[in-house]
Design a protein. Sequence first.
Length: 98
Amino acid sequence: MSIEATKSVTTIASLPNRNVISEQKKQASPAPAKNNANIGSNVSLSQKTMTLLQSSENDINLEKITQIKQAISDGKLVINSHKIADELINQILQNIEK
């Protein structure tokens, strides 16, 4: 397989400056609203969602992260892809059962 033709890359010299674009956005006035009626909506989150949104000190194991960083820098990190795959499958199965 071969590449038959390639296009050369050219630069675009006439792009507007970001400062000019920012200033134009500041000066632009918003379009008037056609309907001034207040529209509200109610949202309720499940208890499971609320639990997931709350962070805890156990979210990140800093000691484990330090060990992994050290193993990477030493060139001694061993990745067991079978173990990772098994855990992913187990988590998916647990989520399906719930």
